[in-house]
Design a protein around this ligand. Structure first.
Ligand SMILES: [Zn+2]
Length: 454
């Protein structure tokens, strides 16, 4: 199977050029001007950008929190991802307390069967002990080379000593550890205080978890990683104060990676006062204009390494059921479909970042940081995960007009420009004119150890 993408502008993290792209099998065979290949299928990309497929570093598909099950599984979530130009997701396979990492890997492999985009797994460790530690080499063999640790949530969180030990063990495997940073003990005290003060609805959520709740945890993680002499990643960074703590660690010479999400770049805590405020309950919570500005500036300066969505979708019925008790509202929102459009519109078109930086944040950066060799660029020999991006498209995100299986989007009402008009996945033409023509073609991507990016 040969396919020729003609007349587009190829954009990689390091620059752009007018070029055709020849795909043979599941690889890019050539990139250059005036390529010809008799018999090849053709895509005319005139007026479009040709980008490496986006990689979402943070999704929760088919997750059961114990009290609620996400609206999206790998079928609906993978479909939405692909339609947005995301050709690979890194989802969180989660160890059950008392269970093994292998069991989690097997369970998530089963859940992901039939996914429309490629996928890999971060392994969330919920129990750190000698048995878990002994499983790490097997995870490496399976291509799992990143871990997630939680400082929060009963049933998931690890104490500081366990985080320290896990960081050291992961480093021996050449794996990168991402951590959810919030101070659990303090935020629970604050939940009680905020409720006692009469804030029981969604506006109580940001009051219970203000910026220092994140920043203290980031600072503590930085020091734990310093002691462990290990690289570390902060997932879904949301505050200027947390960013400052990460900068301090970098200034000490530590290897620190940062992820943020579109919601922390585009929305503020004012959303919690809206009639549908429960929609926006996620952790960490939405912040202030000043935090947004700090995160955009950090993106432009290259201080943030990748943008995940933290796609963790629940229906309005699931959320409304607890609208009177913010601490019980299922945490999370949908986002996997719109990350590219949001970054393009509010980053590139708004002049905050270049298109090359967008490619770095959505594709090249995650590919390198998470050991996805052969991905993250449109270049000969790379995997043919390619997006033909139409910059002329305009639209508005709505609650219901999305591909995911969820009746709400935190980004509803936002105007967007650009869309993934065509998508190639493993060399196969899977999205045409913005419609999914070949569902279920995703593959598991075994990864190598993370590539040092800093
Ligand atoms: Zn998450």
């Amino acid at each position: 199977m040969e396919l020729l993408i003609q007349n587009g502008i190829v954009v990689n993290a390091d620059g752009r050029m007018q070029a055709d792209v020849l795909v043979q099998g599941d690889r890019i065979a050539a990139v250059g001007a005036g390529l010809s290949c008799p018999g090849a299928a053709r895509i005319d990309a005139e007026g479009c950008f040709v980008l490496p497929g986006f990689i979402d570093t943070h999704t929760h598909f088919d997750l059961d929190t114990g009290s609620a099950r996400t609206a999206d599984d790998f079928i609906t979530g993978g479909r939405a991802a692909l339609l947005g130009g995301t050709t690979a997701v890194l989802d969180f396979a989660t160890q059950a307390r008392g269970g093994t990492l292998q069991e989690a890997f097997d369970a998530w492999s089963e859940k992901a069967r039939g996914c429309s985009c490629n996928y890999g797994f971060h392994m969330a460790i919920a129990q750190w002990d000698a048995r878990t530690e002994a499983e790490l080499p097997q995870m490496t063999r399976l291509g799992v080379t990143s871990y997630k640790l939680y400082m929060v949530y009963d049933g998931l969180r690890l104490d500081d000593g366990a985080i320290y030990a896990a960081l050291k063990a992961a480093k021996r495997e050449g794996a990168l550890v991402g951590v959810h940073c919030e101070n659990w003990d303090v935020l629970n005290r604050r939940i009680a205080e905020v409720k006692a003060a009469g804030f029981t609805g969604p506006t109580g959520h940001p009051r219970s978890r203000p910026a220092p709740v994140e920043a203290e945890a980031v600072a503590r993680l930085m020091r734990i990683a310093e002691l462990a002499e290990a690289p570390v990643s902060v997932v879904h960074l949301s505050t200027a104060e947390g960013l400052s703590e990460a900068r301090r660690a970098r200034a000490r010479g530590q290897e620190v990676y940062l992820e943020t999400c579109p919601q922390y770049l585009l929305l503020t805590e004012d959303c919690y006062a809206a009639p549908d405020g429960e929609k926006y309950v996620m952790s960490p919570p939405l912040r202030t204009e000043a935090d947004k500005a700090a995160l955009w500036a950090a993106l432009a300066a290259g201080e943030i390494d990748y943008i995940g969505t933290d796609h963790c979708s629940f229906t309005m019925a699931q959320k409304r059921a607890y609208a009177h008790d913010f601490a019980r509202i299922p945490n999370g929102g949908a986002g996997v479909q719109h990350r590219g459009q949001l970054l393009y519109t509010y980053g590139v078109c708004a002049g905050r970042i270049t298109l090359e930086q967008m490619v770095q944040l959505l594709s090249a950066g995650p590919a390198r940081c998470f050991g996805m060799d052969g991905r993250g660029a449109v270049a000969p020999g790379m995997a043919a995960d390619v997006v033909v991006w139409d910059p002329g498209f305009t639209g508005v995100i709505t609650d219901t007009g999305t591909a995911h299986n969820c009746d709400n989007s935190p980004f509803a009402g936002l105007a967007v420009r650009g869309r993934a008009r065509e998508v190639l996945l493993n060399g196969q033409h899977v999205v045409a004119e913005g419609a999914l023509i070949a569902p279920g073609c995703g593959r598991y991507i075994p990864r190598k150890g993370y590539g040092r990016c800093r």
